[in-house]
Write a protein that binds this ligand. Structure first.
Ligand code: XIL
Length: 379
């Protein structure tokens, strides 16, 4: 088995080298791997052994693939850290960079967890998405109960953003500068920041972040704006307005927290990503999970695999969609069961770290796509 896995990795390396140098790997090598993997001549456990990790396939295809990370399991579960480093080339801090854990009192910051996660990423050659500088949830009580003037609110947000972005300057690839600022009806969400500062808080936040780290890619991130909806129109208009005012925004994050019953239409997601490309913006899928209503059945797991594959395909087909990030990777550590009653099993590894059909769907799709891509490049 180890030999087969080496062979598979060797072939992928061949694809990578071949893509760079124009050196063609033999059709025989490709066909052998293709028939073993795609033709399913192997049993599922055997497939597990031979398939190259997602990140090798993704790197060869020039896309980032990632997951949200919690410091707790990273510290205590060796299998968590091992799987994360092996499979993904980007991570996002699930909670560690949010205002509440990071800045619990006015003059105190707690960088410990975020520092550890960022170091882990660096030692595993992974990029980091920083989540999130401005949000209306997970705020400390000194902020939520504070009674400040507009000038003071501006000072608080400015100081927070500067301290955090400065600390990780050059180490965070992309920041979710503003998270969920738009309500479902498309209006600006009524938040503590809107009330305290006015709509300019969004422009200001991007400006401060850019000043502290001009290299970082700056994103507006939201949910429910994946397909063509009132909300995605509002996100588009917000981004367009920011660009027109010269605000440094580089991309839009589509969270993609979806369920089998509520998944957006792939053509609509593609059209939405395309109109953002026309504004010159990048897109990242930032928090994908596909929750399943209990009981979990084989059929539902297959349907889930299809949804993951479809959304991945949409991202991979769009020039400007550069990262596909899930909100975790193992069902053992997922926010879904505690936030959506009666739902679970939303990620691509199960709660014992075994690969689910959704994992194979991504991996097979990537491999197949890579082979096609190589073939087209050679013709
Ligand atoms: C969630 C985390 O996963 C939970 O651990 C936490 O208790 C609440 O927040 N949209 C976001 C994320 O932008 O920050 C949220 O993360 C999930 C929804």
């Amino acid at each position: 088995m180890a030999l087969k896995r080496d062979l598979a990795i060797g072939i992928v390396m061949g694809l990578i080298v071949g893509m760079a140098s124009g050196y063609a790997i033999t059709a025989q090598e490709i066909n052998s791997l293709r028939s073993q993997i795609l033709g399913c001549q192997l049993r599922i456990e055997e497939l597990e052994e031979i398939m190259p990790p997602l990140r090798s396939l993704a790197e060869a295809r020039g896309i980032l693939i990632g997951a949200a990370v919690g410091y707790g399991p990273l510290k205590t579960e060796p299998l968590y850290a091992e799987t994360l480093g092996r499979e993904f080339n980007i991570l996002v801090t699930e909670n560690a960079l949010k205002f509440e854990p990071l800045h619990p009192s006015r003059d105190r910051y707690n960088f410990e967890d975020a520092d550890a996660i960022v170091s882990f990423a660096e030692s595993n050659d992974m990029k980091v998405r920083g989540h999130t500088l401005v949000w209306h949830h997970q705020l400390p009580s000194w902020v939520t109960t504070g009674n400040f003037t507009r000038e003071e609110w501006i000072g608080i947000l400015r100081k927070h953003i500067i301290a955090v972005v400065k600390r990780y300057r050059g180490r965070v690839y992309a920041w979710d500068v503003v998270n969920e600022a738009i309500a479902d009806d498309g209006s600006l969400r009524d938040t503590i920041w809107l009330r305290g500062i006015g709509p300019e808080y969004i422009d200001l936040a991007f400006g401060w972040a850019h000043e502290e780290d001009p290299q970082a890619r700056l994103f507006y991130n939201d949910y429910g704006g994946e397909g063509l909806t009132q909300k995605s129109d509002a996100i588009y208009n917000l981004a367009k307005g920011l660009l027109e005012r010269g605000v440094p925004i580089h991309g839009v994050g589509l969270q993609m927290h979806i369920s089998l019953e509520s998944s957006p239409k792939p053509q609509e997601v593609a059209a939405n990503i395309h109109r953002l490309a026309e504004l010159g913006l990048e897109v990242h899928i930032t928090e994908m999970d596909v929750r399943i209503k209990h009981p979990v059945t084989e059929d539902k797991l297959s349907a889930q695999a299809r949804v993951y594959r479809e959304m991945f395909e949409v991202c991979l087909s769009a020039e400007n969609c550069k990262a596909f990030v899930m909100w975790g990777f193992t069902d053992r550590h997922s926010w879904i069961p505690s936030f959506f009653e009666g739902y679970g099993s939303a990620l691509i590894f199960d709660d014992s770290y075994a690969l689910k059909p959704a994992y194979y769907a991504l991996s097979r799709f990537l491999l197949n796509d890579l082979i096609e891509y190589r073939r087209l490049e050679n013709n």
